[in-house]
Design a binder for this molecule. Structure first.
Ligand SMILES: C[S@@+](CC[C@H](N)C(=O)[O-])C[C@H]1O[C@@H](n2cnc3c(N)ncnc32)[C@H](O)[C@@H]1O
Length: 321
């Protein structure tokens, strides 16, 4: 049986019997005016962060959500879009589609503004999306892509790239791991499906996105996720896993490579009113400017009176690349 079949089986189980400890997020339950998230959706929250940000949801975006789980994030996206078919949910597991459909009915009872018709549920595979090219403004996935092995991850990312409109954005939350993992962990299909042994270093994750063509990357959050300890898992050393929230924007690829924002800021503290690098970046004296890592490195070289902050892993827009 391939690891993809093992994954489908695991999520069939998780659809039929909610598993509160499967995946997990430290994000608080959303408290927004008029929004009630049904208990069953919270119990079936199989994500590891949030992919829903108001900043992505201007101008009535057409939203695609791949790997629906209990439907919580689709409800959250609908909170902003509030239109028939505004959100399309794709999942390969029939039982998960059925479970989320039931959960949307409960959500309808708890939320006067919500109608199940706001969400179109479609059976389909992340590796071959049943979605037209360039038809989506915001595509999302939470805690699914980390399960995929390298070749499948590249396929899944390329599919998201294909369906997005130019300048559309792919928003994601996934575990990452900076340590090497042994083969026993890597080849354990169940641990992989549980989002525990498929995660890769952040730079490899970003590379999969930029290799697909995404020209701008934003790291929006980086948090503690799990440890795999020798007393519970087949490992001789403690393996530390984090989760990230990340957006990949379908901007054209700059000639000098992708713009990756990790939360760095540049501040010019020289004697002039401003510093102009003649490459599109003007730094007013003693005012912070969010910059991508590429620009941070170039500015540090160009002028020794610029302070460059460390990556905060908390970038939420603005600045220059
Ligand atoms: C870890 S759960 C995450 C669920 C949801 N995103 C959340 O945050 O609660 C993974 C989801 O992806 C679905 N899934 C697994 N393999 C898939 C595939 N190849 N294509 C689409 N969905 C898939 C599972 O059925 C499940 O709903």
């Amino acid at each position: 049986m391939s690891y993809l079949n093992a994954t489908n089986d695991l999520y069939k189980e998780a659809a039929l019997t909610p598993d509160v400890g499967l995946c997990c997020t430290t994000n608080p339950v959303w408290q927004f005016p008029g929004l009630s998230i049904p208990k069953i959706m919270q119990e079936m929250n199989y994500g590891c962060g949030s992919t829903v940000s108001a900043q992505d949801l201007v101008n009535n975006p057409k939203v695609l959500y791949v790997g629906v789980g209990g439907g919580m994030e689709l409800l959250q996206f609908s909170y902003f879009s509030r239109q028939k078919g505004g959100v399309t949910g794709v999942d390969v597991v029939d039982e998960m589609l059925e479970a989320s459909k039931k959960n949307f009915k409960i959500a309808e009872e708890e939320n006067t503004w919500f109608k199940s018709e706001f969400v179109d549920l479609v059976k389909g595979d992340a590796l071959n999306l049943p979605v037209a090219s360039e038809s989506i403004d915001v595509a999302a996935q939470n805690c699914l892509f980390n399960i995929f092995k390298a070749e499948d991850l590249q396929k899944a990312v390329s599919e998201m790239y294909r369906v997005l409109k130019p300048h559309g954005r792919l928003v994601m939350s996934d575990p990452i791991c900076e340590q090497p993992m042994n083969d026993e962990l890597r080849n354990d299909d169940r641990l992989r499906a549980l989002c525990l042994s498929g995660s890769i270093p952040m730079k490899d994750y970003i590379k999969a996105l930029t290799d697909a063509g995404f020209g701008t990357i934003e790291i929006r959050a980086r948090k503690s996720y799990r440890v795999l300890s020798p007393n519970h898992y087949p490992t001789e050393e403690l393996v530390y896993i984090e989760s990230i929230e990340i957006a990949a924007i379908k901007d054209p690829m700059p000639a000098d490579g992708p713009c990756v924002f990790t939360g760095k800021t540049a501040i010019y503290y020289g004697d002039e009113q401003y510093f102009d690098d003649k490459n599109g970046h003007v730094l007013m004296q003693n005012q912070p400017l969010a910059v991508c890592d590429k620009t941070a490195a170039a500015l540090a070289k160009a002028n020794d009176q610029i302070h460059i902050s460390e990556s905060t892993w908390h970038y939420n827009g603005g600045g220059c690349c």
